[in-house]
Ligand binder design. Sequence first.
Ligand code: ATP
Length: 279
Amino acid sequence: REDVMTSDLRSDQVILEGKLGSGQFGEVRKGRCQVGGKTVPVAVKTLKNNDPDGEKEILSEASLMKSLDHQHIVRMIGVCKGETLMLVLELAELGPLKKYLERHQMMKLWHQVELMMQICDGMEYLEMRDVVHRDLATRNVLLVNDHFAKISDFGLSRILDNNSEYYTAHGPGRWPLMWYAPECLYYHKFDSSSDVWSFGITMWEIMSFGARPYSKKKPSQILHFLESGNRLDIPRNCPNRIYQIMLDCWAWNKGDRRSFRDLKPHLVEMYEHYKQRDI
Ligand code: ATP
């Protein structure tokens, strides 16, 4: 497959169509983009009323996305400075995985594991490049088709610089606390092993068909709940070996968690196992 990857797009190359969703700083619209003599379907993140904070955020998201090139990560096509700033992304037609799960409560086990395996593959790529996503959740995984997932929303992501082992976040922001590892909640320290924790929560969401984690708890109760050794329950009909991987992702000490690189072969093996049996 040929991929289009340019940086600065002229506004006459981008045609906006209907609304897909709303983001933090504006709408996300469906559209078409003319690049390299072809017209490709795109998703366009637009900025409301030229908010300077929003502009900075979108540009930093764009410069990070530009450096990424992986089949399970949403690709950026370019940035377009029209009346407002727009981030032009490849379109993932089926939208967020969370909503897909809510609509498909009868998915086969192999299909669920297939999506986990693909997310893990994309995350391994980020881990290798010292990029911390910080917002991995089924709402931020998009589907190109029923069997092809892509990680999106790099709004909170950061590249770790050479000397630091983790990224320290400042300011309150809008944090997805239910997806965060203890060290993120305590010290605001993020690295790939905190993404591994979020991956465990994402696996739990997939096995629970889009249910909300810790639905009966207030965000302020989570840390105490985890500190006392509690974790999310095993989802209904979830095989023990899948739940065991989630528990490994939720090791209290980040050094005890497995890396994406280490998780991937286990998911591949499980996928093949269930696929063969068609369960
Ligand atoms: P937030 O941080 O609040 O989640 P955001 O500003 O980062 O919002 P996104 O989550 O990236 O915005 O996008 C908002 C919605 O737009 C998504 O939930 C999805 O429905 C849609 N969307 C975004 N990117 C794409 C894409 N590449 N293909 C299809 N739909 C997309």
